[in-house]
Design a protein. Structure first.
Length: 126
């Protein structure tokens, strides 16, 4: 049996992310990023690159999901780090049900960033 999968990719301007954070402050951060994501990014010298990469990952998840029923809030999608430091996507079971994402659906995530841009690719398999 073949595994069904969908791919999402997104690229974000680090400059624009930094401007949004500077302009809107905590209200923007709290609307888009979880407390854990903010804690992680704030410890980094290149925090805007890290925020931009996480924003790209959230957009890539939405694209991989292909839209559909309901509307995902950015905070509903969290980028976490495993024991080995590898980032992964976490979406709570309740949100998965609301968004019609199968309970066994898995996400693979890769992110990269440099001075100007951050990019993320997500593969969702079910």
């Amino acid at each position: 049996m073949a595994i069904a999968f969908q791919i999402g990719v997104d690229i974000v301007s680090v400059r624009r992310m930094g401007e949004s954070i500077k302009r809107h402050g905590k209200s923007f951060l709290n609307k888009v990023f979880t407390a854990a994501e903010q804690s992680y990014c704030e410890t980094k010298r290149n925090k805007y690159e890290n925020y931009a990469a996480r924003f790209a990952a959230k957009e890539a998840v939405i694209k991989a999901k292909g839209g559909g029923a309901g509307r995902m809030r950015f905070k509903d999608i969290e980028v976490r780090r495993g024991k080995n430091g590898k980032p992964f996507i976490f979406i709570a079971p309740k949100v998965r049900r609301e968004m019609l994402i199968k309970p066994k659906a898995e996400f693979e995530l890769t992110m990269a960033h440099e001075r100007e841009f951050a990019i993320a690719t997500v593969v969702m398999s079910s």
